[in-house]
Design a protein around this ligand. Sequence first.
Ligand code: PFF
Length: 436
Amino acid sequence: MATRDSWVSNIGFVLAAIGSAAGLGNIWRFPWLTAGNGGSAFLVVYLLIVVGVGVPGLLAEFVLGRRGRQTPIGALRSLTASRWGSALGAFNVVTALVIFSFYSVVGGWILRYMLVSPSGSYFGQPQAYFGTVSHGLQAVAFHLLFLGIVAAIVFFGVSRGIERASKVMLPAVVVLLVGLAVWTATQPGTDAGYAFYLGFDADYLAANFASVLGPAAGQALFTLSLGTGAMLTYASYLEEDVSLPRDTLVIAVSNTFIGVLAGLVVIPLLFSQGIEPGQGGPGALFVALATAFASLPGGAVVATAFFGAVLLAAVTSGINLLETPVGTLVDHFEMPRDRATLLTTLLVAVTGSGLALAGSIFQFVSGTLADLLLTVGLFAFLAIVGWLLREDAVAEFRVGAGRFAPLAEPWLWLVSWVLPVVVLFSLTNTLTSLAG
Ligand code: PFF
């Protein structure tokens, strides 16, 4: 077999993984969920889950990837020495394809908003405009454009495509968001937004802890790209003996920073316009933001910068989702990368277009189904690391871990006992919402 592509540097891997984590989940889903779940109360629970579950979970996926040195099907097959491993890997690949299908549709909306923002042409009727953007043939067209951008990067491979793109795009996202957050702070009427977002309301938290837990757990898993085999895939391209625990911490902290930063832009802006955030589902954020941009001085410029940042963040997540099936075809079926990229892209072109045309299925796939597949995938990863591999997993954790090495045993304990319980809770939560 030809040698596998790999990261040129550890920093390239770290930036690509932060790029994967920081995406629509941070800038679109996170502020919207936060605003709908009591602001700071949600933020606190979410941060706790990121630290307690997200970080050890991400580390588990990295351990599987670097130990397996293959995309999910091959890695899990060799690590479990069982066909069930291949089946799970195939399940992961399907999960990545499902998520990418709706992700690319939303990516298309963002691309469209960014392109029209300089003219501000939607400022007059934000609600009606969102209708045109989000459904029908126009939504299909922009989904295909977004998909084309992502595919062009993946086509060039891990080091020449993904790593190079991440090194430019991720810093650009941060610079744009910092600029926007500073600008937002200068706008009048934002105080209530900051208070809601950053003020700590213990009473609300005590009264609503259980209901905040479910969405906070779901968001923590989604934002760290867990459970799809996508992070496993990225870690499989690591060649050096880098410290996985250190990289995991850097990735999780940076990702959280980007989410909180996005919240510092979105939530105060909505409050400054007297818009009640968090109501009316995911589309409401677009309408509310468009309304806010329309009435702010320099709104067209700010809107362009904002949607530009979201677009870049969405692209760096999309490449991870697309790389998972593409890398699998390359690894497992020894298909040339160009053909693998073309084939997968055509498939997603079809599935995504179907979703763009069918609104009700879109809701189901982007909400419930995505959460369901992620949690099942992550649960299986935890079971493999915590119950099957055990000593091997600890050994892999320790490779290059330096001063983090003593944490390997406590980490394994968390992965074996605590994380599966939280993930099962999250799964039950998804299933109940499905039944309800
Ligand atoms: N973490 C990405 C976000 O928050 O937007 C979404 C994502 C990317 C989920 C890659 C899963 C994945 F495999």
